[in-house]
Ligand binder design. Structure first.
Ligand code: GDP
Length: 424
């Protein structure tokens, strides 16, 4: 059976924590999209880790961790992460890398930086991890699959062909140094030495695992609103963040996906540019940012302060629907314990008309939040393990949101640790 763990919002919902927790019962954890551009923060008995590329099952010796074909594989970042983990005392994880995964080339990062510079004030707020140039090349059919590292003659020829085009852009558009074929080929050979022990046909591995009745978790990166098609285009990421893409990005039958656990945050946070209707500013935002997540709402990859906002019912209802949520994991609820009253965005006012359906970006820009204020519970709910033991106003907050989004909240996360979970 396959369970997907995906985000309902703009990312940073706490998917890493939920995956780390659920991986205890799983045999395999798979990353199926995205790359080193976002990070999961995981807190467990080994310490605190920011994973960008490794699947969140790497802390269990019984779990096999798969980097699927849909991932933007940044080989040096992956190896640095592996090394850091091992240095901190985590046993060497079981890792498999798809022979069909494509490689983030060193120039993808450079092009990301140059393009953001060129766009200046109109930039996307990229993390400069090379993700947009990577996926452009993948779909433009000038990307490099891991399997291509194993045919050196063909690889060398392809590098020559590809960099011819890259060098024209470097010289004339960006006014930068050109790429050198020999150096790039050497880098690729180094990459091959690094990945070689882990490379296999991961789709076949997963097929066999399913036949043996194993439990597989698919771990999504970012959230619904950053999906290329269904998100706030163009302020989105360049791969699909939806559970549906899990079948493609892992190479498994779609009908095997039985549960879609959609992680939804008790308030809103976002990184990068784009419309954010329930956004708050100033002191109010700073307070929530400081208290948010585990040690503040600052990007796991960039350290940038995240943009903050109240819970957005319109965006979250849509985010759960587009994921196809079967279960909702409602996270970081403990953070809201300091508030006397908690505003929730229950609708969008667009040119004087209120809607609860999430619009396209063109219309979204005009939306103003319609807020409803709920009473706070004014206490620390960390350590509570039973739903009935939560303060009444806290349960009311959860139930109000559950009804508004229209999907069942079955898990409530009230702290960053594995054990901070309440089943409802
Ligand atoms: P992901 O990319 O969806 O995994 O999210 P991030 O790791 O970027 O952000 C989640 C942050 O919130 C991390 O620092 C987690 O340790 C933390 N976190 C997760 N769940 C909870 C929770 O229920 N309460 C608190 N206080 N922090 C949480």
């Amino acid at each position: 059976m396959v369970k997907a763990i995906v985000g309902a919002n703009w990312g940073d919902e706490g998917k890493g924590k939920i995956t780390d927790m659920m991986a205890k019962e799983a045999d395999v954890v798979v990353r199926f999209q995205g790359g080193a551009n976002a990070g999961h923060t995981i807190v467990n008995h080994y310490g605190k880790f920011a994973l960008h590329t490794l699947p969140s099952g790497v802390f269990y010796t019984h779990t096999t961790n798969v980097i699927g074909n849909g991932v933007a594989l940044n080989i040096p970042v992956l190896f640095k992460e592996l090394q850091t983990m091992i240095e901190q005392g985590v046993p060497k994880p079981n890792l498999l890398i798809s022979d069909r995964a494509q490689i983030v080339m060193p120039y993808h990062m450079d092009f990301d930086v140059y393009e953001e510079e060129r766009l200046a004030g109109k930039s996307f707020g990229s993390t400069k991890s090379g993700i947009a140039p990577f996926y452009s090349d993948k779909y433009g059919k000038i990307g490099f699959q891991v399997s291509e590292l194993y045919d050196e003659n063909a690889l060398s020829e392809k590098i020559e062909r590809v960099i011819l085009q890259k060098n024209i852009l470097l010289e004339h558009l960006y006014k930068r140094e050109k790429l050198d074929k020999e150096r790039l080929f050497e880098t690729m050979m180094e990459y091959k030495r690094m990945v070689d022990p882990y490379v296999c046909d991961t789709s076949l591995y997963l097929w066999n695992a399913l036949k043996e009745g194993k439990e597989i978790l698919l771990e999504g990166q970012l959230g619904s609103l950053k999906d290329t098609d269904h998100g706030i285009y163009p302020m989105v990421t360049s791969s699909s963040t939806l559970a549906a893409y899990g079948a493609v990005g892992a190479g498994i039958p779609p009908y095997e996906m039985k549960e879609i656990i959609t992680v939804c945050k008790a308030y809103s946070s976002a990184v990068g540019a784009g419309a954010f209707v329930s956004e708050i500013f100033g002191q109010e935002a700073e307070e929530l940012r400081k208290r948010g997540g585990d040690g503040g709402e600052y990007g796991a990859t960039t350290g940038r302060p995240r943009r903050m906002g109240w819970f957005d019912m319109v965006a979250s209802k849509y985010g759960c629907r587009i994921q196809g949520a079967t279960h909702v994991a409602f996270t970081v609820l403990d953070v809201l314990g300091y508030l006397e009253e908690i505003p929730v965005c229950i609708g969008y006012d667009i040119n004087g008309k209120v809607t609860t359906e999430f619009p396209t970006t063109t219309i979204l820009k005009k939306a103003k939040p319609v807020l409803k204020t709920l009473p706070g519970w004014r206490c620390d709910i960390r350590g509570i393990r039973k739903y009935e033991d939560l303060p009444e106003n806290c349960r009311k907050y959860i139930e109000f949101i559950e009804e508004g989004i229209g999907f069942p909240i079955t898990m409530i996360s009230n702290g960053p640790g594995r054990e901070d979970i309440i089943y409802k």
